[in-house]
Write a protein that binds this ligand. Structure first.
Ligand code: PBG
Length: 337
């Protein structure tokens, strides 16, 4: 090959990647603090923040510390938080009755955050797993080999109304029972909470990436494993069409926001749901996705700030309008600079 070899090319796409300013001009996807929802774990009492072993940098917070954390998030431009309670195991039972305790931890946490940081959007999970001794998201049938769909939905309706009364902006049914979105919508409306929205965990897969979260809320220790199978209600990771059916049902039943979860390993699903629905789409970068990046970074095998950014950019590029991520605070801080 001669040293002055030239291709006769009309198209040289690298022209637009030549300088930083050209790359900035042609950038298609941009992350901003307002894209993020911070999941936060709350505990009873006055104890100092306890770090979750499998989620470095994520803590279980008492209510006072939770409010402080929410203030910091709001200051950084993060518009929303999703709250999860970790209950004392003594309060758990087979039917998750503590979920309907009118002075329960999550309700006090919601009221405190709403009072301390009124501008912040607050959402809560509607599912029974933090409250049950078996760790399932619903109550069990007599044979104890499956959740009882309709009886569970009856409980979730009451739970959603309690959360609405405490002041949440959005309830987030994460249980995957059939018909729960419509039932919760009716229950909220009947109780005059027509303004309380529903973020539906619509395409929630039976994923092994939830392990660290189950440690965080204690549903793993209740169940004796963080790999409890929820395959009769969460979606089969092998399926795409099922996700579209679920998203369409939830939208029809009145879901305001449709969620896909996990996010990173399910970018194809985010894209397909984006094309199939008009609703805003949330994607949940789950605990295992977070843990994975931290573990590799600890080994010195991946660069955390760069993989963190890239993982979230990919989720947004796939079609998510908003992302639940344990990186919310540090990302907002980084983007605000
Ligand atoms: C429970 C719930 C789970 C998550 C959010 N809500 C776990 C599960 O379904 O077992 C997972 C979140 C995460 O892994 O970060 N209904």
């Amino acid at each position: 090959m001669p040293a002055n070899f030239k291709l006769d090319l009309t198209h040289r796409p690298r022209r637009l990647r030549r300088t930083a300013s050209l790359r900035a001009l042609t950038e298609e996807t941009v992350l901003r603090p307002a894209n993020f929802i911070a999941p936060l774990f709350v505990v009873e009492g006055k104890s100092r923040p306890e770090e979750i072993k499998s989620m470095p940098g994520v803590f279980r917070l008492n209510i006072a510390d939770l409010v402080k954390e929410c203030q910091e998030l709001a200051k950084l431009g993060v518009p929303a938080v999703a709250l999860f309670p970790k209950l004392d195991s003594k309060l758990k039972d087979d039917d998750g009755t503590a979920a309907l305790n009118e002075d329960g931890l999550i309700l006090r946490a919601v009221r405190a955050v709403k009072k301390g940081v009124p501008e912040l959007t607050v959402m809560t999970d509607v599912a029974l797993d933090p409250y049950t001794t078996h760790g399932h998201d619903g109550v069990l049938n007599a044979a104890r080999d499956d959740v009882e769909n309709d009886r569970t939905v009856g409980i979730l309706m009451k739970m959603a109304v309690l959360h609405a009364r405490a002041g949440v902006d959005l309830v987030a049914p994460s249980d995957m029972m059939d018909g729960r979105v419509g039932a919760i919508r009716k229950a909220l409306d009947a109780a005059d909470f027509t303004g309380t929205g529903i973020m539906a965990y619509s395409a929630k897969f039976a994923s092994a990436y939830y392990g660290p979260f189950r440690d965080a809320v204690g549903s793993a220790s209740a169940a004796g494993t963080n790999l409890l199978s929820k395959a009769t209600y969460q979606l089969n990771p092998a399926n795409r069409r099922t996700a579209l059916i679920e998203a369409a049902l939830d939208a029809g039943e009145g879901a305001d926001i449709i969620m896909v979860k996990p996010a990173g390993p399910y970018l194809d699903i985010i894209r397909e749901v984006r094309q199939a629905t008009r609703q805003p789409i949330a994607a949940y970068q789950v605990s295992g996705e977070y843990a994975q990046l931290h573990a590799a970074a600890r080994l010195g095998w991946l660069d955390l700030p760069r993989t963190r950014h890239e993982s979230l950019l990919a989720i947004k590029r796939a079609g998510a309008d908003m992302i639940l991520t344990y990186f919310a605070k540090e990302m907002a801080a980084e983007l605000g600079k």
